[in-house]
Design a protein around this ligand. Structure first.
Ligand SMILES: Nc1ncnc2c1ncn2[C@@H]1O[C@H](COP(=O)(O)OP(=O)(O)O)[C@@H](O)[C@H]1O
Ligand SMILES: [Mg+2]
Length: 313
């Protein structure tokens, strides 16, 4: 593994709804804070219940909830609005022909377009990681349901491919303008930009490429990904699907958390062949069911924090 990939400061808990992602994220953050790590926990789940688990009302900005522990809940509608406002500003600044476009109508449709929600989550993560992350030793993300999580984790990879193609297209437009100008120095394109260095659209694409590279590095190299399953067929199957998808994206899983061991009627026969080779941490079914605000479900995740810390420098 490359030396830079040893810097692991973010932690994501992924898995099927109800397996215990919020409970384990909160317990992990509490144990990291107890061990003296300055910790931030952020919920990305639109159906927030991190505040309930921590026994505090949370908002978009970090609130100190315990010694060494700050917490926040990302308000997704705010980030969708921010994303659309940024898009509007960019279109206005970069495209002289935008007056021909019904921009407001277009953005109203975009609010519900596929992709908008995961972009909003992605830029929220970027804000937490790039603007706030420097203040903490550990940033824990409590994730939304699997489908949305896999989409935002895939987005930097997919978008990088898009941006690369769009950059190529833009470069070839600029090259054609240059050729036209050579043939006819008085051509109308003379008023337009021909050099990628000065071209606003090309510059925007390069800036987006840089932002995506930072997020891809976060997911691939700087994050501790814990896959949460229960001793049941459905959550194991979803765990296997998550691993397959993350393998494709070249995002490594750091640990499997088998939660709710001892669930009546269940058999603890391990995480199954699809998750083979990953370190497994087991957590028993507790009795506190989230009402003990000092320690959700009374779980001790010290062993997982130690495993996480060993991967850090
Ligand atoms: N180890 C455990 N023992 C007892 N109850 C648990 C345990 N882990 C989670 N729970 C309970 O299971 C329910 C779902 O947990 P939650 O953390 O909200 O799941 P998710 O975030 O994955 O949807 C909650 O009521 C929570 O209190
Ligand atoms: Mg949850």
């Amino acid at each position: 593994m490359a030396a830079h990939s040893q810097i692991k400061r973010a932690a994501f808990f992924l898995g099927k709804g109800g397996v215990g992602k919020t409970t384990l994220s909160a317990s992990f953050a509490l144990d990291a804070a107890d061990r003296g790590r300055k910790t931030l926990i952020v919920s990305l789940d639109p159906a927030h219940n991190l505040g309930d688990v921590l026994g505090t009302r949370l908002g978009g900005e970090p609130l100190n909830v315990r010694p060494n522990l700050d917490a926040a809940e990302v308000d997704l509608p705010t980030w969708v609005k921010r994303y659309l406002d940024d898009t509007r500003r960019e279109i206005k600044a970069n495209y002289s022909y935008q007056s021909a476009l019904n921009l407001d109508g277009f953005l109203n449709i975009m609010k519900y377009a596929p992709g908008t929600e995961e972009y909003a989550v992605l830029w929220a993560i970027e804000h937490v990681w790039c603007d706030l992350g420097g203040l903490y030793d550990t940033v824990v993300f409590d994730t939304p349901p699997t489908a949305l999580s896999l989409r935002f984790l895939a987005l930097p990879t997919i978008s990088e491919l898009w941006v690369a193609e769009l950059s190529k297209l833009r470069a070839s437009i600029l090259k054609k303008r240059t050729t036209l100008l050579k043939l006819n120095p008085d051509a109308v394109v003379g008023a337009s930009c021909v050099d990628p260095e000065d071209d606003k659209v090309y510059g925007r694409l390069s800036a987006v490429k840089q932002r995506l590279a930072v997020l891809n590095a976060l997911f691939r190299d700087e994050s501790f990904l814990a896959l949460v399953i229960n001793p049941d067929q459905l959550s194991r199957a979803e765990g296997a699907r998550i691993r397959e998808e993350l393998d494709r994206l070249r995002i490594p899983i750091s640990a499997v958390c088998m939660n709710k061991i001892g669930l009546p009627g269940s058999v603890d026969d391990g995480p199954g062949p699809a998750l083979k080779g990953l370190p497994v941490f087991r957590y028993a079914l507790g009795t506190a069911n989230g009402t003990d605000t000092e320690k959700p479900s009374g779980l001790d995740l010290g062993d997982l924090v130690d495993h996480y810390t060993r991967g850090s420098i």
